[in-house]
Design a protein around this ligand. Structure first.
Ligand code: ASP
Length: 335
């Protein structure tokens, strides 16, 4: 670390999705690939911060490395919709200005997080969707790709598996069930694979500004133009210098209904709680009560980092204000 960086506190945290991530289902080789890619993304963001770059630049750089990796459900390697397409969502928020940008349901922009940033910086809007968002991104000079760029065999096989299960499953969602049971039945049937590979990053720069960004392919087998929490500002992504920057991963519907990211900042603000306490309350109590699986990464203006999740694992990593690098996948790996 340079002498300059030691004087100015910078920190970064990233995630690559939460879910039923178990040691027994992982090969040593695959685990090493995840750890290496997380570390590469962390370092890319951290280098920018050390050189005096902004937290916005850092979160975008970290995310773009994960978008380009097929390991994660974002950019290349995104999950498939029910009709065999990749529809990507992303968001970014600047904690200093509370300006924000988001895109949803796009299929031709190589880096969805870059598109979200363009919406934030070069348009009067906060969210753009589908063809309009793609047109805007291309007019802004962002790299566009054929939708097939996002295809991977692994994700397509995941879709096929679910489609086959759906076909062979009878609908047991009887009328006697409660609305919540019906919801769970529907989710089990159509979204049996509760592994969330969304990527996100939060960072604190040398000027004391924090930022958050998130990028995802959504959920395997989604249909009807379904959009999750990621591009919904306050749900999957939020940043405010006065409290914290947050990026979430998990079952989007629950994260939207719980307004997860903003709720964490509200608890900090109105109940004077630390980022760790507030993030734990929302992820480990409130979301669990509702049935929403997932996790968040959060950083406050002092560089304190929280990474709670209520699933078996979460791909995650951080470099704290002391420069200490941490990478974790499973539940029992604490910083
Ligand atoms: N939160 C994302 C969504 O619901 C999924 C994920 O975290 O992987 O679209």
């Amino acid at each position: 670390m340079s002498a300059f960086a030691q004087q100015s506190k910078v920190a970064i945290a990233i995630h690559g999705g939460a879910g039923t991530i178990l040691r027994e289902n992982m090969t040593a080789e695959r685990e090493a690939e995840y750890r290496a890619k997380l570390e590469e993304a962390l370092k890319a963001g951290h280098d920018i911060l050390e050189e005096g770059g902004t937290s916005l630049d850092a979160v975008v750089a970290a995310i773009q490395i994960m978008e380009e990796s097929t390991l994660f459900n974002a950019g290349k390697g995104a999950v498939f919709t029910n009709d065999g397409k990749n529809e990507l969502d992303a968001a970014i928020m600047d904690g200093k200005t509370r300006n924000a940008g988001a895109v949803a349901g796009i299929s031709t922009v190589k880096s969805p997080v870059a598109a979200a940033r363009m919406v934030m910086e070069n348009s009067p809007h906060v969210m753009m969707i589908g063809a309009g968002a793609e047109q805007f991104a291309s007019e802004q000079g962002l790299e566009t790709v054929d939708p097939s760029y996002f295809y991977t065999d692994r994700r397509f096989e995941q879709l096929e598996k679910i489609r086959n299960t759906e076909k062979s499953q009878l609908d047991h969602d009887g009328d006697s069930k409660s609305a919540e049971d019906k919801r769970q039945g529907y989710l089990d049937k159509h979204f049996p694979d509760r592994k969330f590979g969304t990527v996100g990053a939060v960072a604190l720069d040398q000027n004391g500004n924090i930022a958050a960004a998130t990028s995802t392919g959504g959920m395997t087998n989604k249909r009807y133009g379904r959009v999750g929490d990621v591009p919904v500002i306050g749900a999957g992504t939020y940043a405010d210098n006065a409290t914290a920057a947050i990026s979430a991963t998990g079952h989007g519907e629950y994260f939207i209904r719980s307004v997860v990211a903003h709720d964490i900042t509200a608890i900090m603000k109105y109940q004077n709680k630390s980022v760790q306490e507030a993030a734990n309350t929302v992820v480990k109590d409130k979301l669990v009560d509702m049935g929403g699986g997932g996790g968040v990464i959060a950083i406050d203006g002092e560089g304190n980092i929280a990474m709670p999740f209520n699933t078996k694992g979460m791909y995650r990593g951080s470099i704290d204000t002391e420069g200490k690098v941490y990478i974790g996948i499973y539940e029992d790996e604490q910083p």
